[in-house]
Design a protein. Structure first.
Length: 183
């Protein structure tokens, strides 16, 4: 873990000197310097004192870089296509186990030729248009603002039943990182 670099970055961003941290925590400047250069690992109790002096949650100092906020600006989204209708899929953001996308369904378009199944849980929110969703023996029509969720291991499909392009926000949760190619 690179806790020391995180401490230094936060301290500098907040214009706090090492001397000020030491005054608040009672730690020596030499020790703080070693912490910030990752030459020593402070105890949890010491980290808690440093976190309080920096006015950040202790848990934030313990996060790995890939666990921290990840920003995807609208113009920087990855765009792919999916299925026989080449549905436009905008990848909004993802964590280790959760992926969010916006899928555009032209009139009559469907995800997959037939109901399909895969690992994970899905939540859908219809942002625009009208769709029909089916899972096993259950099926329903949805309009703008409606939402639904399901366990994706049961065969399912989503089809645009409206005359205009439908736009659906889809969040997919999987137990492991290998569930990235589900849509």
């Amino acid at each position: 873990m690179d806790i020391g670099s995180s401490i230094r970055t936060i301290r500098k961003r907040k214009n706090i000197t090492i001397a000020q941290i030491c005054e608040t925590t009672g730690l020596s400047q030499g020790f703080m310097s070693q912490v910030e250069t990752n030459k020593t690992s402070p105890s949890i109790s010491t980290l808690e004192n440093i976190a309080q002096a920096l006015k950040v949650p202790l848990a934030y100092l313990l996060l790995k870089k890939e666990e921290r906020m990840h920003i995807v600006r609208k113009g920087e989204r990855t765009i792919t296509t999916s299925g026989p209708d080449n549905l436009k899929v905008e990848h909004l953001s993802s964590t280790k186990n959760v992926r969010m996308t916006i899928v555009e369904f032209p009139p009559g378009a469907i995800i997959g030729d037939a109901p399909h199944a895969h690992e994970g849980q899905e939540v859908h929110v219809v942002l625009k248009g009208r769709i029909y969703a089916e899972q096993g023996e259950d099926g329903a029509e949805f309009g703008e603002g409606d939402s639904f969720s399901w366990n994706a291991c049961t065969p399912h499909l989503v089809r645009n039943i409206g005359e205009d392009t439908a736009i659906v926000l889809i969040s997919i949760y999987t137990e492991n990182e290998n569930g990235r190619e589900l849509l």
